[in-house]
Design a protein around this ligand. Structure first.
Ligand code: NAG
Ligand code: NAG
Length: 321
């Protein structure tokens, strides 16, 4: 009899651990649009340099040969962009490394990874990260933060992408204390270079205490899954100028306008999301994005808050991809 109870208990345990372990993407692997077009490996195979000053950082990330640049400690910027060349991995050491008072830009580059960085308070017009006319970029496990003490234009974007940028994955980041979070497609007049490009995956990010643009997307295509939007004061996913978005298995808590399409002429197909204290616009223009050209698994919305809170941001995954 005890043997039978024991067996029953074992069986139950394995059933429950199966349920608990039923997780999506491993926390440290690339999925999404940055896996296409040859995938995104950053500086894998190149030499490693560790930098502790702005001058050393600028010099280490320049050029197009493969390289890994470890940022040690918080480097203070000069308000100007730090231009990152192709085939580069920029990774923070430990849990408190990154850049404040300036930001990174990839311009006409390809194959760059940003991981485990704390990026904060870059005065406009320098974004914390700007991707311009660039392909295959992976922005993973960073914490972007500013403050809400200044007016909304004092800082610019936390993560902006424009001028035909393509094949980007934005995963496991924290975006917080900011007005204009992530602008994709910089203007209504850039349809010629942006249409058919700006293909971006946002997954497992925490957007918390921000005003808007999580993201705001013109012309492009965004797959937005298993993110936690917690307290967004104005618009969340804002699809404009024909942009197509697929928004699934996310949690929207206290988001004033969780998904918008009709205001600005974009499209959004939303499914399996949880909305609490957030009112979904009943008139979404659904559009055509019902599937994506890569395989992935996603966490169900009712597990997203705990998984994202436990794993997003700097200090969680400190090793190279
Ligand atoms: C794919 O990436 C390469 C750079 O490795 C770039 O030159 C090319 O334009 C990309 N393809 C597309 C369709 O954007
Ligand atoms: C509900 O969301 C609004 C923002 O849309 C926020 O101002 C308010 O504090 C939230 N209420 C609660 C109880 O969290």
């Amino acid at each position: 009899m005890w043997a039978r109870i024991f067996t029953a208990a074992l069986l139950l345990t394995s059933v429950f651990s199966f349920i608990i372990d039923k997780r999506a993407a491993p926390v440290d692997q690339l999925v999404g649009f940055a896996t296409l077009n040859g995938s995104t490996t950053g500086g894998t195979g190149g030499p490693t340099t560790t930098v502790t000053s702005l001058a050393a950082l600028r010099s280490a990330v320049s050029g197009t040969s493969p390289k890994i640049v470890q940022v040690s400690g918080i480097i203070t910027g000069d308000g100007e962009v730090v231009d990152v060349g192709s085939h580069t991995t920029v990774i923070g050491v430990g849990s408190n490394s990154g850049l404040t008072g300036g930001g990174f830009r990839v311009k006409k580059g390809t194959n760059v990874i940003f991981r485990n960085l704390r990026l904060s308070k870059s005065p406009a017009p320098t974004d914390l990260i700007e991707l311009q006319t660039s392909t295959n970029i992976w922005v993973d496990h960073n914490t972007f933060s500013s403050d809400l003490d200044h007016d909304k234009d004092f800082y610019d974007g936390q993560l902006d992408m424009n001028h035909g940028t393509d094949f980007v994955t934005v995963s496991w980041n924290i975006f917080t204390e900011h007005f204009k979070t992530s602008l994709v497609g910089g203007s209504d007049n850039t349809g010629d270079e942006d249409s058919g490009h700006l293909r971006i995956t946002y997954h497992h990010n925490l957007f918390q205490n921000v005003n808007s643009r999580t993201p705001s997307l013109r012309f492009g295509t965004a797959h937005i899954f298993s993110n936690y939007f917690n307290s967004v004061f104005d618009s969340g996913v804002d699809s404009r100028d024909g942009a197509q978005t697929l928004v699934e298995n996310n949690v929207f808590n206290s988001v004033k306008k969780p998904i918008e399409t009709t205001l600005n002429g974009g499209f959004s197909n939303q499914r399996d999301n949880i909305f609490t204290n957030s009112t979904l616009d009943p008139d979404l223009a659904v559009g055509t994005l019902t599937s994506v050209p890569y395989s992935f698994t996603q966490d169900a919305a009712n597990t997203v808050v705990s998984i994202v809170n436990a794993n997003a941001g700097a200090g969680k995954v400190t090793t190279l991809p």
